[in-house]
Write a protein that binds this ligand. Structure first.
Ligand SMILES: Nc1ncnc2c1ncn2[C@@H]1O[C@H](COP(=O)(O)OP(=O)(O)OP(=O)(O)O)[C@@H](O)[C@H]1O
Ligand SMILES: [Mg+2]
Length: 238
């Protein structure tokens, strides 16, 4: 099992939206996914309540110390990908999520405030010596701001002695993203032929290839074995 943490101290950057989008794209790619919500705001749990489909499981985590036993338990239940959504601001749970993650994703909008706010988040990720990538989210379709923002985020990384990493593609601000979550779906279910869906699928492919590099060989995912473990197993064991 591998673990992704969505982290940004700035609020509203898209942590929950991208956690959900990537969770469903990964499921559609054959993963057994569990979303872990470490944000008392409850965005992911509220989305789960609106959702008719049985998967993915959503579990709330009240205390970051829980990751140490919850994640190995999920792995034993056949989960192949855990995605942790964290709260904005500085929290012990977000720090623990970073510590538990194989890859940290830091969403940022192409605005000076978000780019400035990315620095302390990245510092926390670097302190944990974790692979990371920025995800430029809520971008306009076309604007000089996008390239400027990507450049500024790369500079932020370089100033912290990390190679500049901005995930591709950038995720455009579109109504689909909001409407999908309102319907308890992800964009790749809500408008699967749409541009937002294609962006999220491509982002998942990018993330998946980063995870393949980040994972120690013995931890690489055996999707065949995972498929044998049913949702019923997970619930029964829980
Ligand atoms: N690509 C996008 N296109 C359109 N709307 C988006 C996109 N990404 C996020 N949003 C919207 O922006 C708002 C903030 O997104 P989201 O809740 O995912 O951010 P967050 O980082 O989880 O926020 P918080 O810090 O409060 O937890 C939501 O209303 C969401 O629907
Ligand atoms: Mg959120």
């Amino acid at each position: 099992m591998q673990t992704i943490a969505l982290v940004s101290q700035k609020g509203g950057t898209g942590k929950s939206t991208l956690a959900i989008g990537l969770a469903i794209a990964a499921m559609q790619d054959g993963h057994k996914v569990c979303l872990l919500e470490a944000d008392p705001q409850g965005t992911v749990s509220n989305w789960r309540r609106r959702r008719a489909q049985a998967e993915p499981a959503v579990e709330t985590v009240a205390d970051g110390a829980e990751f140490a036993h919850r994640l190995p338990f999920l792995a034993r239940c056949g989960v192949t990908l855990a995605i942790i959504d964290t709260a904005a601001g500085h929290s012990a749970a977000a720090e623990a999520a970073i510590g538990a993650a194989d890859l940290c994703l830091i969403p940022a909008r192409p605005s000076p405030a978000d780019i400035e706010a990315a620095a302390p988040t990245l510092a926390a990720v670097r302190a944990g010596d974790k692979p990371f990538a920025f995800v430029l989210n809520q971008t306009p379709v076309r604007s000089f701001r996008i390239a400027d923002a990507a450049g500024a985020l790369s500079d932020t990384a370089i100033s912290l002695n990390a190679s500049g990493v901005v995930a591709l593609p950038y995720i455009v601000l579109r109504n689909d993203q909001q409407d999908a979550l309102g319907a308890g779906l992800a964009v790749t279910e809500y408008a699967l032929g749409g541009k937002s869906a294609e962006e999220i699928r491509s982002l998942w492919r990018w993330v998946s290839s980063r995870l393949a590099v980040a994972a120690p060989a013995e931890a690489r995912i055996d999707l065949g074995a995972a498929a044998a473990n049913s949702e019923a197993d997970l619930r029964a064991a829980g």
